[in-house]
Design a protein around this ligand. Structure first.
Ligand code: ZN
Length: 154
């Protein structure tokens, strides 16, 4: 597969020096997602404080795209509230599912735009989305926890 060489560099850099890799304790939610078509696996710890993402830490094995992409999302969404984080994840997902027509907005996705070219390779789209879908799942679960706590307090 051929990606723009600058983008390739960004992906390789995240693969070689992944951000937030290594699970941190005291998470709000832990999720484990697997991409069976490639053999990628991610365990992700999400820590929410007052509706804001305080930490995303993760561990995993798999191809460079899956690992680099998880590194990008773990850094990008730190400090965002859950609604903003979910909107950014949707933007990334739309880019990946555009078959290459949506090149992504760098002001929103930052290093995430490096994966725009992956959209042209359907077999690899799941690799790029793995960490992002894991994060989305973790945010949804943390929101469900919060609403359950509120119900119990009534
Ligand atoms: Zn993969």
């Amino acid at each position: 597969m051929e990606l723009d060489s600058l983008y390739q560099e960004v992906i390789l850099e995240h693969y070689k020096r992944p951000q937030n890799k290594g699970l941190l304790p005291n998470q709000t939610v832990q999720v484990h997602h697997v991409n069976t078509s490639c053999g990628d696996e991610i365990t992700l710890n999400l820590k929410m404080i007052n509706g804001t993402i305080a930490e995303i830490s993760w561990d995993g094995v798999g191809c460079s795209i899956s690992q680099a992409s998880t590194s990008v999302v773990s850094e990008l969404l730190k400090g965002k509230d859950s609604a903003a984080a979910l909107a950014i994840i949707d933007t990334f997902q739309a880019m990946l599912q555009s078959k290459g027509s949506d090149l992504g907005d760098e002001s929103v996705l930052e290093d995430g735009v490096a994966f725009a070219g992956v959209a042209k390779f359907p077999a690899r789209v799941k690799c790029a989305l793995l960490g992002w879908m894991a994060t989305k799942d973790a945010i949804s679960q943390s929101l469900a926890l919060t609403s359950n706590v509120k119900k119990e307090q009534r």
